[in-house]
Design a binder for this molecule. Sequence first.
Ligand code: ZN
Length: 137
Amino acid sequence: MVRLDAESHERVAMPGRGSTRRSRSYSATLNCGLVLTYEAFTLLPGVGEVVPCYRHGYCTVNELGVVNFPARRDPSRARPRRSQEELLAFLSHCPVTTVHVLRRNRFTLRTVAAAQREGLVEVDLVAGRVALRPTPG
Ligand SMILES: [Zn+2]
């Protein structure tokens, strides 16, 4: 399905500077490599969806992710590794993602593998695909 709301996309593509304090927004990476940023999960298009791309007109969404803006820069303090809980929270927003996206969001393969062992996620290492396993029932 083609979305024609190019204007609204553009408005949310830039994370607000100053007006609203948000520490998290959502990103959609297009097949051309362009990353669109959305302030609300509900605005996020789906993978495979064709969205307006300001470079090419329309491009397909390749992958979704969560962008975290650090509250302040403190390079001397390494951020703690993410927990499995955070992994599941991430996947609840983004049920199908890739190992690449997870690593970019500071999740380790160990965390992903542990969640897989517990049957919480499905991992296809060949395709690099990670998916939240649907809850039984
Ligand atoms: Zn494009």
